[in-house]
Write a protein that binds this ligand. Structure first.
Ligand code: CLF
Ligand code: SF4
Length: 481
């Protein structure tokens, strides 16, 4: 049996890391302390979900080829669709495997930084095995430089592990919300299992057993497994540290605790019954608690649609609707893609070197921590106008490090060229625990309002690391003045 893919020191015989991957780490602030071996770094360096560093630079896309599901989660309703809604299970149009392969080649040509093709629904990919594997086969043949990624509830994974291995699928996500079937009963009303619908505790037990088996099989197959867990206050929030412990012991690579998205208009059981999602503070506290268990935590998840396209913080799916992409001839050129990606790797290496230079040689003990909100369009740079931001990336900064800890969605301030006062109040409330905002440009009015609310602003175009450090020094100076 292969040992768990846990955090480790560099094993004997490991290949040298690629230049760019030298500083690649996942998203926990503790990540700096948890070193990944060189082989693992290389495997995640271009995957925007498995590497926080990569998500600033590389894009993924999902193809919606899998409509059916074999279980019911109380937070899911796949009938709901809205082009503005970004959450799992939401999709505008279903594709055949051939349409999906065509779409991938078109987008792989137009967005050369696209490195990963995922199948994540809108149902469960392994409840639609023929469509899912046919799609992967076509893409593996026609675009072998694109990594294949699969996201599943795990119920059917043990039946398909050999096909997953044969297709060289290196990244698999399992959604695991409980390791106690009594808790599972409150999340899953039924499963479809061996041609029967099974309800209650028995359903929950079967799902749990199959998910544990899936973790074991993925570890034995040396496939990188990320576990997604939906945080549902009052139902599994206090239980997720236990989930975290179990998946860590079973060799999962990364844990992504996501907030429940719940609103009556989505028509889900939880939405209709007033079940709330966690606040950003509650989510961060739980992620921090699990990170203390020495588990790498993903904090940059955007809870994507099943047809999402682009960098994780942007969604370009509307540019590639079926009527549009079927008219486009693929201009997929592996050489051009390689050149673009080599440029990205160079840029990543520069940013990493810069970051290493700024980090103090000797760790400063007990330095105060602050949160800053960053307006960025990607690339690891503060390069977005305050008024154009639809989300802020949140970084925790102290004298030693600048660490990504999450993102906060907002209504963008600048609507049709004018600032919206009501929106600004919402932004200030969303960022109330931050010390300030880093942006490439901001108008004097919003800046004055932010200041009144206790948020300092630093306006410049620079790397996030460098500007955050500058902000930190200025902030401490003003506090001590
Ligand atoms: Fe897609 Fe998922 Fe693969 Fe990423 S998403 S199948 S691992 S390529 Fe990523 Fe989207 Fe979060 Fe999923 S941000 S919802 S974790
Ligand atoms: Fe929906 Fe996914 Fe749950 Fe199926 S497994 S019910 S698609 S959230």
């Amino acid at each position: 049996m292969t040992p768990p893919l846990a955090l480790s020191t560099v094993p004997a015989g490991a290949k040298a890391p690629p230049a760019s991957g030298a500083n690649c780490n996942c998203s926990s602030p503790q990540g700096a302390a948890l070193s990944l071996d060189a082989k693992l770094q290389a495997r995640i360096a271009q995957h925007p979900c498995y590497s926080e560093d990569a998500h600033h630079h590389y894009a993924r896309m999902h193809v919606a080829v899998a409509p059916a599901c074999n279980i019911q989660c109380n937070y899911c309703n796949r009938k709901y669709d809205c082009a503005n809604e970004s959450r799992p299970g939401v999709v505008s149009e279903l594709l055949t495997p051939e349409e999906a392969a065509h779409k991938t080649l078109v987008i792989g040509g137009k967005i050369p930084q696209l490195t990963v093709l995922g199948i994540a629904g809108p149902g469960d990919p392994l409840a639609n095995p023929e469509k899912t594997f046919r799609t992967f086969e076509l893409i593996a043949q026609e675009a072998p430089d694109i990594k294949l990624c699969l996201s599943t509830n795990g119920l059917m994974l043990p039946d398909y592990i050999d096909r997953i291995k044969a297709l060289n699928i290196d990244h698999v996500t399992l959604t695991i919300n409980m390791v106690d079937p009594e808790i599972g009963v409150k999340i899953y009303p039924w499963i479809h299992w061996r041609r029967k619908r099974i309800k209650g505790l028995e359903a929950s037990r079967i799902l749990h057993q199959r998910q544990m088996e899936s973790l074991d099989l993925l570890r034995e197959a040396d496939i990188l497994c990320k576990v997604n867990s939906v945080m549902i206050p009052g139902i599994n929030d206090h239980h997720l540290p236990e989930v975290n412990r179990v998946i860590r012991e079973k060799g999962a690579f990364l844990h992504n605790i996501m907030p429940l998205i719940s609103a009556p208009e989505h028509g889900t059981y939880f939405g209709l019954n007033g079940q709330r999602g966690p606040t950003p503070k509650e989510l961060k506290a739980l992620q921090d608690e699990c990170a203390d268990n020495q588990m790498k935590m993903m904090r940059h998840c955007r809870q994507c649609r099943a047809d999402a396209v682009g960098l994780l913080g942007e969604d370009r799916s509307q540019e590639f609707t079926k009527d549009k992409f079927m008219e486009m001839a693929p201009e997929y050129n592996p050489t051009v893609r390689q050149v673009v990606q080599a440029g990205i790797e160079e840029k990543k290496a520069q940013l990493a070197a810069q970051k290493a230079q700024h980090r103090p040689q000797v760790k400063v003990p007990a330095s105060p921590k602050i949160l800053v909100a960053v307006a960025t369009k990607g690339g690891g740079i503060v390069n977005q106008h305050f008024g154009h931001a639809k989300e802020f990336q949140i970084y925790e900064v102290d004298a030693n490090d600048v660490s990504f800890v999450g993102h906060r969605k907002i209504d963008h301030y600048c609507q049709s060229g004018y600032g919206e006062e009501g929106t600004l109040a919402g932004i200030i409330a969303t960022l109330s625990d931050c010390a300030g905002v880093l942006t490439s440009k901001i108008g004097s009015c919003p800046q004055a309002e932010l200041k009144k609310a206790g948020l300092q602003v630093l306006e410049d175009y620079d790397s996030i690391d460098s500007l955050a450090r500058r902000f930190y020094s200025q902030y401490l100076e003003t506090k001590s003045a």
